[in-house]
Structures are given as structure tokens and as C-alpha cells.
Design a binder for this molecule. Structure first.
Ligand SMILES: Nc1nc2c(ncn2[C@@H]2O[C@H](COP(=O)(O)OP(=O)(O)OP(=O)(O)O)[C@@H](O)[C@H]2O)c(=O)[nH]1
Ligand SMILES: [Mg+2]
Length: 312
């Protein structure tokens, strides 16, 4: 099954909110009139497109006034083009990161429960299947069961894990992990951190310290800092993410739980406002349910009837 079909299957709720509801709107061959356009606008807002909904509508209204929008296919095509324009801006190169350093150190950050640890397990699984060796660093020393949770995933992935005692300094665990990775000749180090809010000044400073100490052991590292966002928060994830990126320099996003939400379209506004590449999306709880972010496949999966159908 290709990426488009997998996404179509996993992003069902967002797809229903957009694609299926557009089909319903045109049921019985309804012509495009003011009433239909109003319903379309409401539908786009309900699908949590946020400000992008207005921009889609103004483009549709403009083309409709020129007689260039005759029915459902044209509406879909405009929606697709506008979403693609925002989710794949020319200055933001999304998709998989190039993990060219040896080791490449990836620091994973985000608020509590966003899906950091699960995403690390999935990333480890993915990188290993690409032939890379992975080491996990359990730098969430704050929550009692955190290291155990990561250890279970490490065992399942057969990946080495570096952890400290509960309450240990996360920075020292990170240092030891990078040290081990250098000695063992590991390709990728995935550093798990405790969930935190931007208002927790001490915890935000702790993250900076983790970064500094990693840098001390391996100049240039961490090479990537990925912010994990809970996709079920829709537009609400944006403010949270902005507050985070004001404190920590983030190089990419991982958007999780897109299988369980009708608000997946918000991802377009997230990219538009943060101007950060989405590296991966989480589409379920299992190890294999992490996909590289590919803008065309994503947008087609939520608005088109077939892959690339509306192109041209
Ligand atoms: N449906 C679904 N659930 C997910 C996904 N990613 C993570 N989860 C679930 O979200 C919950 C929280 O995931 P964790 O990985 O523990 O989140 P965390 O950010 O490490 O949490 P803290 O360490 O407490 O900050 C778990 O129940 C995961 O199974 C996803 O893509 N889809
Ligand atoms: Mg965790």
C-alpha cells in the first residue's frame, strides 16, 4: 500500500470532515449558489482549517464570480491548491531529515503527553529498518515510570538504552548517551525528555542545559531538535508551539495522533505560522504507525478522491 492509501486509511476522521462532507454538500447535483458557498465555508471552519478557511473561500468566490467554478471537482481542486501552498511553502523543506552525522543526535521535546516517547520508539523502528543503528537516551528522569517506558520500547526494538537513576540530572544522562554512541559507533541517538510547559522556567532552562552538555561532548550536536505536537489539539497546538519555540531552537515538528482527530487540517496552519518542517506524523499507537511527512500525499489523503486527481 502506498503512502497516499495508508494516509487515507489512517486519517479517516479528518478525511470525513473535509472530503466526505464536500461530497455530501454536492449530493443530488446541487448547483453552486450563495447558500452552498456559505455551507462550504462553515464546513471548512468546522474542519479546523482556521484562517486558511477564509483564504480558500475568497479564492473560490473569486473564481466563481469569473464562472470558473462549476462544481465539486473545481472546489476540491482549489482547496487542494490552497492547502498545498501553505503546507509546502518553498522556503521550508519538509520530509525526512538527513541524518548525516555519526552519530546524529536528535533531541525530542514537547509538552506532557504529546507523544514524545512513543514517537521515539517509532523513529527507532524506522531508522533501524533503514539500516541505521540507534541508541535511546532516557533523559526524562522526572517522572517515575518514564525510563521504564522507554526501556520497554528499547528492548522491543533491540536498541541500546542509556538511563540514569530517578531524579538524576538529565544533562548528565544525555552526556553519557552521546559518549556511549561515539564509543559504539552508533548512527542515531534519540534523546527523550520530560514533558514541560513553557511557563516552567526551571524546566525550560534544564532543556538548554541538556543542549549545552550534548554540545560539549559532541560539537555541533544536537543536530536536530524536534518538537512533538499533539495533533488532536488542532489550531490550539499553534500557540503552544510558538511559546515553546520562543525558548528552544526547534528544527522540525512531529505531529502525533492524527488518526484520532477530525482536526488534522490544522496542520496546514501550523506549518504556515511556525515555518518549520514537519518531519513525521503519528497515525496510531503501534510502532509502524509513523509516516514521513509528504505534503502532496497528506493533502490528497484529506481532500481528494484519488492521489493527485485534482492536479493539472
Ligand atoms: N492514537 C495515537 N496515539 C498516540 C500516538 N502517539 C502517541 N500516542 C499515545 O499518546 C499517549 C502519550 O504518549 P507518550 O509517548 O507517553 O507521550 P509523552 O509525550 O512521552 O508523555 P510524557 O512523557 O508524559 O510527557 C500514549 O497513550 C500513546 O500511546 C499516535 O500517533 N496515535
Ligand atoms: Mg514520555
Amino acid at each position: 500500500m502506498g503512502l497516499f492509501d495508508r494516509l487515507k486509511e489512517r486519517l479517516t476522521r479528518t478525511r470525513e470532515a473535509l472530503s466526505d462532507n464536500i461530497s455530501k454538500l454536492f449530493k443530488g447535483g446541487r448547483p453552486i449558489d450563495r447558500a452552498l458557498l456559505d455551507e462550504l465555508e462553515e464546513l471548512l471552519f468546522q474542519a479546523d482549517l482556521g484562517p486558511i478557511a477564509s483564504e480558500v473561500m475568497s479564492e473560490i468566490n473569486r473564481l466563481h464570480a469569473r464562472g470558473e467554478i462549476k462544481g465539486e471537482d473545481e472546489v476540491r481542486a482549489v482547496l487542494r491548491e490552497v492547502l498545498l501552498g501553505f503546507v509546502a511553502p518553498k522556503d521550508v523543506r519538509a520530509g525526512e531529515a538527513e541524518l548525516t552525522h555519526k552519530p546524529t543526535v536528535v533531541l525530542i521535546v514537547g509538552v506532557n503527553g504529546s507523544g514524545k516517547t512513543t514517537s521515539i520508539a517509532k523513529l527507532a523502528h524506522r531508522f533501524q529498518s533503514q539500516g541505521k543503528s540507534v541508541l535511546l537516551a532516557a533523559c526524562d528522569t522526572f517522572r517515575a515510570a518514564a525510563a521504564e517506558q522507554l526501556e520497554i520500547w528499547a528492548k522491543r526494538n533491540d536498541a541500546p538504552l542509556v538511563r540514569g537513576k530517578e531524579g538524576a540530572d538529565p544533562a548528565s544522562v544525555a552526556f553519557d548517551a552521546v559518549e556511549s554512541a561515539c564509543v559504539l559507533g552508533i548512527d542515531v541517538v534519540l534523546v527523550d525528555t520530560a514533558g514541560r510547559l513553557h511557563t516552567q522556567t526551571n524546566l525550560m532552562q534544564e532543556l538548554s542545559k541538556v543542549q549545552r552538555v550534548i554540545q560539549k561532548r559532541l560539537p555541533g550536536a544536537p543536530h536536530e531538535v524536534w518538537l512533538v505536537l499533539d495533533g488532536t489539539n488542532g489550531q490550539n497546538a499553534i500557540q503552544q508551539a510558538k511559546q515553546f519555540t520562543a525558548h528552544v531552537q526547534v528544527s522540525g515538528l512531529v505531529i502525533t495522533k492524527l488518526d484520532g482527530t477530525a482536526r488534522g487540517g490544522a496542520l496546514c496552519q501550523i506549518v504556515r505560522e511556525l515555518r518549520l518542517p514537519v518531519r513525521y506524523i503519528g497515525t496510531g499507537e503501534q510502532l509502524g504507525l509513523l509516516e514521513p511527512f509528504e505534503a502532496t500525499a497528506f493533502v490528497d489523503a484529506i481532500v481528494s478522491t484519488t492521489a493527485g486527481a485534482a492536479r493539472g
